[in-house]
Design a protein around this ligand. Structure first.
Ligand SMILES: *[C@@H]1O[C@H](CO)[C@@H](O)[C@H](O)[C@H]1NC(C)=O
Ligand SMILES: *[C@@H]1O[C@H](CO)[C@@H](O)[C@H](O)[C@H]1NC(C)=O
Ligand SMILES: *[C@@H]1O[C@H](CO)[C@@H](O)[C@H](O)[C@H]1NC(C)=O
Ligand SMILES: *[C@@H]1O[C@H](CO)[C@@H](O)[C@H](O)[C@H]1NC(C)=O
Ligand SMILES: *[C@@H]1O[C@H](CO)[C@@H](O)[C@H](O)[C@H]1NC(C)=O
Ligand SMILES: *[C@@H]1O[C@H](CO)[C@@H](O)[C@H](O)[C@H]1NC(C)=O
Ligand SMILES: *[C@@H]1O[C@H](CO)[C@@H](O)[C@H](O)[C@H]1NC(C)=O
Ligand SMILES: *[C@@H]1O[C@H](CO)[C@@H](O)[C@H](O)[C@H]1NC(C)=O
Length: 400
């Protein structure tokens, strides 16, 4: 009687120990994984010169069917356009004399209520563009030698000042601003524009290209330049979709549509530098797409990331905290080539990035598009892009 009782007891203890160990292993792996992915993804790739950061579990084997690495990657088919994405466009041209900013030297904040005001939908006699653009070709040979902006214009004769374009024979379904944070990379810009303009035209998009620069000596603030590009582009035209685009990434497939689906989309999924694989699961850098509403709801990017690193991981947190999920097209379509370069002196690694990421949650609603302060030095409507030069006062931005 007592031995039987003891056996049951021992079995119970064994069972509990077993369960505890399994749970513990799972928790440790999960924590370690998110730590690797969140804090060391990009770091490791650049510092150790490796192309992929794949977390291997500390305990146990990596499951073959669903590794934690691939878990948060949602892949959707390349073409999903719904009625929600129909935005009849306005045929009027931009009137550059209305947007001469050089007469407003003070640091300005955008008027959020103006950004959120809805444009009335206008009637147009042209038909809507087809849901699936008929002239897409799929995988492309990329041009990787810089040519002059004059030649780019010659190759894309339908461009309007400021690098604007809209389809001639139909009303575009998407009004898209391409925002390119920029400093001193003129040949990269030439290569990108030479590749990008024909693709966007084939995709039948009503678009404009905004290259946002900041004056020296302030450290580069990529995130803030993207916020500024968003605010300034909306002053120029009724854009509904924003693509935030690194200057050194060249799309390799024109079925990678430059439009905004229902969820924020990470577009540069497969980059040659990273062997065409997603470097780490929570990555949101490179090229990404958000609608105007999504961007305003998450309050844009944080303004506090001066120097290299962290701003995209912060953005990933912002997106998830507001209930969105990041989606991605398949690696066959969302492919990019990265132009080789070395890191600039004016863009040093930001030593505060981890601290900022960790405290991002508390700042989200007060640090972003609603606290943006900058000075526009000039806006130039150049033949193949709009150039926006700004000055950022780091002291003022960090003081809040
Ligand atoms: C990084 O890797 C590339 C390709 O594998 C190699 O050509 C290059 O020399 C490496 N750089 C360093 C600093 O190790
Ligand atoms: C995870 O992603 C990598 C890179 O795309 C792929 O090679 C691998 O098969 C994926 N694993 C699973 C389990 O889906
Ligand atoms: C542009 O705007 C200015 C000032 O509002 C106006 O005087 C001018 O006629 C406009 N030009 C065109 C082409 O509409
Ligand atoms: C813009 O403003 C500057 C300074 O106020 C002036 O010199 C320039 O002529 C203006 N440009 C246009 C197109 O109005
Ligand atoms: C912002 O725009 C709204 C609508 O035009 C206006 O009523 C409000 O006064 C503006 N606010 C500021 C601070 O300019
Ligand atoms: C647009 O205008 C045309 C002609 O003025 C009219 O026939 C058509 O019904 C209008 N369409 C819409 C959606 O209002
Ligand atoms: C749309 O066109 C009308 C004139 O056709 C013009 O008054 C208005 O400013 C334009 N709006 C935008 C956002 O371009
Ligand atoms: C930046 O702002 C601070 C605080 O407002 C001010 O003291 C400083 O002079 C400004 N710097 C520049 C370069 O304008």
């Amino acid at each position: 009687m007592t031995t039987k009782c003891n056996t049951v007891k021992i079995l119970k203890i064994l069972l509990v120990t077993c369960l505890t160990l399994v749970t513990l292993q799972y928790v440790i792996n999960l924590v370690a994984y998110s730590y690797v992915s969140r804090f060391f993804g990009m770091e490791l790739m650049f510092q150790r010169n490796i192309s992929i950061v794949q977390y291997l579990p500390i305990f146990g084997k990596q499951s073959k069917s669903s590794s934690s690495f691939n878990k948060s990657v949602t892949v959707i088919p390349p073409v999903i356009s719904t009625v929600k994405n129909l935005f009849p466009s306005n045929t009027s041209q931009i009137n550059t004399s209305n947007i001469n900013q050089s007469s407003t030297p003070a640091f300005i904040s955008p008027n959020i209520s103006l950004l959120t005001s809805k444009e009335p939908i206008r009637n147009e006699s042209l038909p809507l563009c087809p849901l699936v653009p008929p002239k897409l070709v799929g995988p492309l040979a990329t041009f990787t030698n810089a040519i002059s902006f004059e030649e780019i214009l010659k190759n894309n004769p339908d461009l309007q000042p400021g690098g604007r374009y809209k389809p001639k024979d139909c009303v575009a379904r998407h009004k898209v601003a391409i925002i390119i944070p920029y400093r001193d990379r003129i040949t990269h810009l030439q290569i990108l524009l030479q590749n990008l303009h024909p693709i966007l035209a084939r995709q039948l998009i009503d678009y404009g290209i905004y290259v946002v620069d900041m004056t020296l000596p302030t450290s580069f603030n990529r995130a803030m330049l993207m916020n500024i590009g968003f605010a300034e582009a909306l002053k120029i035209y009724d854009y509904q979709c924003f693509i935030f685009h690194d200057v050194d990434l060249i799309p390799e497939n024109d079925r990678n549509l430059y439009t905004c689906p229902e969820s924020p989309r990470h577009m540069s999924v497969a980059v040659d530098k990273f062997k065409y694989r997603l470097p780490y699961a929570s990555i949101f850098g490179g090229v990404s797409a958000l609608t105007k509403e999504q961007f305003l709801k998450i309050n844009g990017y944080s303004n506090l990331y001066f120097g290299w690193g962290g701003e995209d991981d912060d953005m990933n947190g912002r997106i998830h905290r507001k209930g969105y999920k990041v989606i991605r097209y398949s690696v066959d379509v969302a492919r990019y080539k990265m132009i080789k370069h070395t890191r600039e002196k004016s863009n040093p690694v930001n030593p505060k990035r981890y601290k900022l990421i960790n405290t991002g949650k508390n700042r989200q609603d007060k640090d972003g598009i609603n606290s943006l302060k900058y000075k526009v030095e000039k806006i130039e409507f150049l033949p193949t892009y709009t150039y926006i030069l700004t000055t950022i006062n780091q002291t003022e931005v960090e003081a809040g």
